[in-house]
Design a protein around this ligand. Sequence first.
Ligand code: GLV
Length: 326
Amino acid sequence: MAKARVYVTRLLPAAGMDRILAETEAVVWEGEMPPPKEEILRQVASCEGLVCLLTDPIDAEVMDAAPHLKVIAQMAVGYDNIDIPAATERGIPVGNTPGVLTETTADMAWTLLMATARRVGDGQQYVRDGKWQTWGPMTLLGPDLYGATLGIVGMGRIGVAVARRAQGFNMRILYTNLFPVPEADLLGASQVEMDTLLAESDFISLHCALTPETTHLIGAAELRKMKPGALLINTSRGPVVDQDALTEALQAGVIAGAGLDVTDPEPIDPNHPLVHMENVIVLPHIASASIGTRNKMAELTADNLLAGLRGERLPNPVNPEVYERG
Ligand code: GLV
């Protein structure tokens, strides 16, 4: 039987790529930058499968250019780059890679939390700049994490994993979520209103998906409600934070610092003030970037793709309602 034609928008880790190459007739975009939209439109015309990344806008136009498309397999847990209602309307299942990146992403939220609180970035710069002359009683002081209050916005799998780590730091844990999360409550976390979380947290870590409701969830008003010494950590999606408002708040000392793995847009302009503030760490969207996790993400992506091509239910469909259509 002829192998299905598939378009893959970037080289993936071998754990998934090798199976895709062996089991399909794959065309792989080998550039380091994402393929231009025109290239995606051209390639999908003859494809039954599409493997994409969060950098590829997969909208109705792409789907309409792909009359044979049976499956979209995204190598990421987030899928705000894909028009899911458009895929569902067209009967196309979309798969993502949940679960396998939970702990790695929670580790990164904690890395940013500890690094911003304990001034790892500006401490390293201080040494590099030759400013380290002696041990100073007041040099590079930061707040304690141990025993402080952590606010988690969005208590999904990653939020819970962040809360679990906070237990080891004897933290009081507050969270906001659309519904109560018993697993979080068992960890001693308390669900509160956003205003309470903003007012009472020493550190706030964002773990919600990007949706129209969460776009600019943290804006000027929310930043003003935070404690002046608070730190904001974002490993979710850049647009969850109003970046201009955050920049102004940091410049005016409204909050004490930020650790950002995601920005709006990505990449952030290297001349953007946030990139150059001592109390801010900006990373290039690498929260899931451990070798093991990226391999597992690639494997799950291949699992979703190959199931979709066989006409089977995807192991991780983000639009399961597609299977309820007649
Ligand atoms: C990364 O941001 C992901 O959604 O997997």
